[in-house]
Design a binder for this molecule. Structure first.
Ligand code: 13P
Ligand code: SF4
Length: 327
């Protein structure tokens, strides 16, 4: 039988056929088998963010989730090696929480426009200008920035973290929109930075109006990295995991997720009965991670994530303080 026809009979493929063509699947099968065998041989786990492509997310990942869930899972694993299928700040967070384990990222250039928008020196200057104001660093930052901050947050616990500090004024960096979206839900004054996510800043309120006109009754979910005017017109805003939970529990007949493209694919696989409308934007950094480079990461033990020892301890404290907050 032809390789493409044979591969398409695979039971895993039967679940993914709505989001992966038989031709692509036939090309993925060899790498999936190799990665599964390598994980076993090397006692490795693969943690994959919700934005990873379906062949990674459904094909080889052991644990999947949003940034907060990945950080929590990283702490609990018994494996010797963690492969982080996501972007560099996520791999750094896993390493901060697991200093004695090997953490691999398949492509060192998998960055993030938010993490790149601020430096440790910027945070030191903010501290000088606002000596009594606590600094909350979004987890989408480098370890060096986390080290200069008081506590971290993710999109799923940002409000709870800000409110846990007992301060009337808080600096929240670097995502201006996340900061403004949190400020809209609390009486605490929030000083923000000018960083933006290059994926979410492209959504507009006009996109929502167009989609509502073309698809009557559609439910619009938006990530809190979107501009405030987008959040104001959406039906629900939450982290990637909160959006997936909304779809799973509320089961809208038609839905659009204003976020990265693979997210809809991954959630759609779990809910074949729901209609997903997909005006999404790709994250070029997340897309640097592929099955082929995950395989190479496990074969060649690369790229090992290392954190500057002068920042590691303080950065870890910021992440641990966040994990101690009840969201
Ligand atoms: P989540 O924490 O919601 O998964 O978001 C991470 C991210 O990078 C969104 O762009
Ligand atoms: Fe960073 Fe935006 Fe990509 Fe998330 S989607 S990793 S915030 S650039």
């Amino acid at each position: 039988m032809h390789a493409t026809a044979l591969a398409s009979m695979d039971p895993l493929y039967q679940r993914l056929r709505g989001v992966i063509t038989p031709f692509d699947w036939a090309a993925f099968v060899g790498d999936i088998d190799a990665v599964l065998a390598l994980k076993h041989e090397r006692n490795a786990v693969i943690l994959a963010h919700n934005y990873q492509t379906p062949e990674i997310f459904h094909g080889v990942a052991d644990l999947v989730g949003d940034s907060l869930a990945l950080a929590r899972m990283a702490m609990k694993t018994e494996a010797d090696i963690i492969v982080l299928a996501g972007v560099h700040f996520m791999a750094e967070t896993a390493k901060l929480l697991n200093p004695d384990k090997t953490v691999l990222i398949p492509d060192l250039d998998a960055g993030c426009s938010l993490a790149e928008s601020i430096t440790a020196q910027d945070v030191r200057l903010l501290r000088e200008n606002y000596p009594d104001v606590p600094i909350v660093a979004y987890v989408n930052t480098t370890a060096a920035v986390k080290a200069e901050s008081d506590i971290c947050c993710t999109s799923s616990n940002a409000k709870a973290v800000v409110e846990s500090l007992g301060a009337s004024r808080v600096i929240m960096l670097p995502d201006e929109y996340l900061a403004r979206n949190v400020a809209a839900t609390t009486s605490i004054e929030i000083i923000s930075w000018k960083g933006h996510c290059e994926v979410h800043e492209r959504f507009t309120a006009a996109d929502i109006r167009e989609v509502r006109e073309s698809y009557p009754g559609i439910i619009v979910l938006a990530h809190p990295e979107c501009p405030p005017e987008v959040i104001a017109e959406a039906d629900f805003s939450g982290s990637t995991a909160a959006m997936a939970d909304y779809v799973g529990t509320r089961k809208p007949a038609r839905v659009v997720l204003l976020t990265e493209c693979s997210m809809s694919d991954n959630v759609a696989v779990q809910h074949p009965d729901i209609e997903f409308v997909r005006p999404c934007n790709l994250c070029p950094h997340m897309k640097r991670i592929t099955l082929a480079n995950i395989r190479r990461a496990l074969e060649a033990n690369r790229h090992v994530v290392r954190i500057d020892p002068s920042a590691a301890e303080r950065a870890r404290r910021s992440v641990e303080r966040m994990l101690a907050v009840r969201a």
